[in-house]
Design a protein around this ligand. Sequence first.
Ligand SMILES: [Zn+2]
Ligand SMILES: [Zn+2]
Length: 300
Amino acid sequence: MQTPLIWNPILRQHLVNAPHRMNRREGASSCAFCADITEGKVGPETQVWLHPNDFPPLQPPVGEAYVVIYNRDHHRTFTQLSVDEVNAVTHLWRDLYCDLASRYPTVMIFENSGEAIGQTQHHPHGQAFGVSIIPPTLERELETVVQDEAAVAGFPFCRVAVELAGEVYEVASNGTWQAFLPPYVRYPYETHLYPHRHVANLAGMQDNELHDFAALLLRVVHGYNALYDGAMAPMPYLLGIHQLADERFHLHVEILAIGRAPGKLKYAASSETLWGLWTNDSSPAQKAQELHDAIARIDQ
Ligand SMILES: [Zn+2]
Ligand SMILES: [Zn+2]
């Protein structure tokens, strides 16, 4: 089989070519994840589990692909899960990171939420890839870390977190995590979650940090759905955990919320997709305040 990693000699980056995925199951009436329960592949006590991606874009030794099942109940949505239930997910993410990081330099843990951005299975779930290369965005972030080290400028993510903390860009925080809507977001309600502590990846996360991570994640997504009195719910979003084995890296989570106003979506159109030049037609400080206030209302 031809390698699915194709090198673009002009942009000097890889893309994944996976033609077999064109015929993957979409909108099927039976749920492959519920079948894990009915077929006895997971026990009655199991709340969260991994399901091999039945149409993997990557296969060993190039990579591996999994579906992370968030709950046994097909009809629960992420926002209907309790903090403890999401905490079980963050613990599974840590186990998954430790396993995949033993074989691959990159572990991508992510979620596409909402039909507007291509979610085809309704059972609450996310995905994960182990990949034998470092994707362009992480490579760029790592370059920043290396450049700042050479310039004796400290760790960039730690610096940014300190700069944004307690300012207009902070939307929520708890004992070990902070959530920001930085001035450089691409989507109006894009939110970045940082652990206070400099931790490179999930393997370094302590149990209480995973619990706080679960709690903050839920509050931010609930906040999205409370914007404009619920007129933007359910907010479609892309969620990704950025992490690397390199101890200079600082784990963080990016949530690219696709809604830009009630009934309206932000599209990555020509400027963004053809040139990589994003335009954000909103005031990040104002959007941060809106999200901050929406979360504060839920907290009451
Ligand atoms: Zn199901
Ligand atoms: Zn840091």
